[in-house]
Write a protein of this length. Structure first.
Ligand SMILES: *[C@@H]1O[C@H](CO)[C@@H](O)[C@H](O)[C@H]1NC(C)=O
Ligand SMILES: *[C@@H]1O[C@H](CO)[C@@H](O)[C@H](O)[C@H]1NC(C)=O
Length: 461
């Protein structure tokens, strides 16, 4: 065993015990030490010669994924004998989250804009008034998030996101808990509904609305706005408007004495603790001219019967089954361990993905020989510009649960598998297997009865 100079010097001085944590796999490799047995084998990545990934000896001509978090490995920039160790500063936690940035597949090439943002890197806004928080991922955080922006919001039980509106339409997915939503439609009809995990709402541009956390723990949800430059800081808030309107005008507007408004809030309230509401029926406005909306601004996405695929399940919600949602379409996908959201592309809109559970790798093909691979985990946002080919591979040991969201009235994708099966055999084989007719036949037998299987189980490990 060879020791590094530092170790020899420190050992000589009797200082070994005073070293900082030196037992990480990376540090051991840098020091030329053997790895503990638990790093010695990895069923997914083992190749003849027993080398672990991220060593100069490791070879993998097929660029298989490595789950650096699940296998507790420190990714290092070694690939098929190329690369070198790291001498400078290094952030092992972030490297583990992005193993395919540290050691990209050999198929990656060229400069592609960043397509990943973690909500963990977003600033959280906490207000004076307790009861909630928000954070956002917009084009300011993630430059490629041009078509859609997002806000992740938490409202504790009773907490209210106050009455407001904005020029962008708002689509939302309830991540957990319960929430009451209220809105007014373009024809003056009111809407009130109580939503739970997996439910959606959609408010068209300008529609005024409010949100309130219900139940024991309130709610948390993901909001999507149909413009990347949306900012949660720039919505039209009722109290802000009133605070900036002469009291004499407010009095005229409501035909009341100005004194009635003497104690209105002096600035916007935004998120604040409200009183616990009763049932929808108890709370419903009952004035003479008041009417219920003819429209339904909510939808139970997770209650939809999923499409079962060989490696998971998919639910699609767009204007076909949620008619009011004219500018946002979405798919909810569950990708089982070992399965792949198949190679595909979306023709009309950029994909804005949000990862709820699991660990994934995605390679985005941008034409002109360019491709780049990104990793995603819980709370991460991904972008795939329209028409760029991609897949989502589950690289962990739990299901990947994700939303694919689009600024579009309908969800649309093209499946590579289906395309191959729906193309004349000669065309397919001449293109891919001109030098290898035997495998051309194997391939054709597989794709010829192609049907769309959005999430594929892979059993050739
Ligand atoms: C509320 O949160 C607490 C603490 O996390 C949990 O024990 C409880 O089950 C939650 N209640 C509901 C209704 O989800
Ligand atoms: C809206 O539609 C959903 C079905 O997705 C239904 O469960 C709900 O009761 C409807 N809400 C209103 C207020 O009509």
């Amino acid at each position: 065993m060879k020791l590094s100079t530092t170790q020899v010097l420190l050992a000589g001085a009797g200082l070994t015990a005073a070293l900082p944590h030196m037992d990480s796999p990376r540090q051991r490799l840098l020091n030329g030490l053997d790895l503990p047995p638990k790093f010695g084998s990895s069923s997914k990545t083992e190749t003849p010669g027993k080398a672990v990934p991220y060593t100069p000896e490791h070879r993998d001509p097929y660029d298989r994924a490595v789950d650096a978090i699940g296998e507790d490995l420190d990714p290092l920039p070694w690939r098929n004998g190329l690369g070198a160790s790291v001498l400078g500063p290094w952030n092992p936690e972030r490297s583990r989250e992005n193993p395919d940035l540290v050691r990209p597949p050999s198929t990656d090439h060229g400069a592609i804009a960043n397509m990943r943002w973690s909500f963990a890197d977003s600033h959280i806004r906490i207000e004076e008034q307790e009861g909630g928080w928000t954070r956002q991922t917009t084009v300011r955080e993630l430059g490629t998030s041009v078509e859609l922006a997002s806000v992740n919001m938490r409202l504790d039980s009773g907490a209210i996101r106050e009455l407001h509106w904005h020029k962008e339409a708002e689509w939302a997915y309830v991540l957990d808990g319960e929430v009451r939503i209220t809105a007014l439609d373009y024809e003056g009809g009111n809407f009130i509904d109580d939503l739970k995990k997996g439910d959606l709402w959609y408010f068209p541009s300008g529609v005024p609305h409010s949100l309130q956390g219900l139940g024991e723990n309130g709610t948390e949800f993901l909001l999507i706005f149909d413009s990347g430059s949306f900012s949660e800081e720039s919505t039209f808030v009722l109290t802000d408007w009133l605070a900036h309107t002469p009291k004499s005008v407010i009095a005229e507007n409501f035909n009341l004495a100005p004194e009635v408004f003497a104690r209105l809030p002096k600035s916007e309230k935004y998120i604040f603790q409200g009183s616990q509401p009763g049932s929808i029926d108890e709370e419903r406005p009952r004035g003479k001219e008041v009417k219920k909306s003819k429209y339904n601004f909510s939808h139970r996405m997770l209650d939809q019967e999923p499409k079962k695929t060989s490696g998971g399940e998919v639910r699609v919600t767009d204007s076909k089954n949620f008619p009011i949602s004219k500018t946002v379409a979405a798919a909810h996908a569950i990708i089982e361990p070992g399965a792949l959201r198949e190679m595909h592309w979306h023709p009309i809109a950029d994909e804005w993905s949000f990862f709820i559970r699991g660990r994934a790798r995605v390679t985005i093909f941008a034409a002109e020989g360019m491709a780049r691979t990104f990793n995603y985990g819980p709370g991460d946002v991904g972008i795939v510009p329209k028409n760029m080919g991609h897949f989502v591979e589950n690289i962990g040991d739990e299901p990947v649960e994700m939303l694919e969201v689009f600024r579009s009235d309908e969800f649309r994708d093209f499946s590579l598998f289906q395309w191959m099966g729906e193309t004349p055999q000669r065309m397919v084989v001449d293109t891919m297997f001109a030098d290898d007719p035997e495998n051309g036949k194997v391939f054709w037998d597989k794709v010829k009865d192609a049907h769309k299987d959005e999430i594929r189980h892979y059993d050739h490990n």
